[in-house]
Write a protein that binds this ligand. Structure first.
Ligand SMILES: *Cc1c(COP(=O)(O)O)cnc(C)c1O
Length: 223
């Protein structure tokens, strides 16, 4: 079985080569290792291999693993990539460095209030439901302009970019292209798109962060 270290090296090489062949700077996209539901051993392997940017989709679960390791590895950068309930905002702001799932007005208000309280300014990504799927979170593409204005002007949040999770059953390219178009319309630099199976495509279409779980760590544990 390939080791986590080897996976990370290979993915970084692939990222580099896709960026180069698309005429992009070699440092213009970063790997987020999605560590949700992975074993402590595998996460340690990633840290030993030098990986420092990680994604988690649940606040509680992230605490169990990262609360102590954050002090051990001070340069770790932790991204929240799963839905955030307002009653978890306090903990999320305390633990994470980037919130990628800003998706409704209520959350924007609560996040701003909590960041002020904790004297922090975390960069946020607006999650866009590009496939307009009922069960998926994210704002709809046609609500983006107004929501972006609300987040930046009324809530004074630091919106760094956009994030999407395309529908599982569709080719992702149109979704990646739509996300980029929305980001361009607001002059936003960061695009979090692409997972284990489609990150090369996402990089070709402008991703600045790719979120890779199984490709880095192997299959997730059940539950
Ligand atoms: C789990 C998850 C990923 C990683 O998915 P893989 O297919 O394992 O690479 C990426 N983004 C989000 C939002 C996730 O929840």
């Amino acid at each position: 079985m390939p080791s986590v270290e080897k996976n990370i090296q290979e993915i970084n090489l692939t990222i580099r080569s896709v960026l180069e062949s698309n005429g992009r700077e070699v440092e213009s996209a970063r790997l987020i290792a999605v560590s949700k539901k992975q074993s402590v051993g595998r996460i340690e392997e990633a840290l030993k291999a030098g990986q420092r940017v990680f994604g988690e989709n649940r606040v509680q679960e992230a605490y169990q693993y990262w609360e102590t390791r954050r002090s051990q590895y001070q340069d770790v950068e932790l991204h929240l990539i799963g839905p955030l309930q307002t009653n978890k905002v306090k903990e999320a702001v305390a633990l994470f460095d980037v919130i990628q799932t800003l998706d409704r007005a209520k959350l924007a208000k609560v996040l701003k209030k909590e960041m002020d309280k904790q004297n922090k300014t975390l960069p946020c990504f607006i999650q866009v439901n590009t496939g307009e799927e009922e069960q998926k979170s994210g704002i709809l593409p046609n609500e983006f302009a107004e929501f972006y204005r609300f987040c930046t002007e009324e809530c004074a949040l630091d919106v760094a970019g956009l994030m999407c999770i395309p529908p599982a059953q569709e080719p992702p390219a149109l979704h990646f292209a739509l996300l980029r178009q929305l980001a361009d319309s607001a002059e936003l630099q960061e695009l979090s798109m692409g997972m284990s199976h489609d990150y090369e495509r996402a990089l070709a279409l402008g991703a600045t962060y790719v979120r890779i779980g199984t490709g880095v760590f192997g299959a997730r544990e059940k539950g």
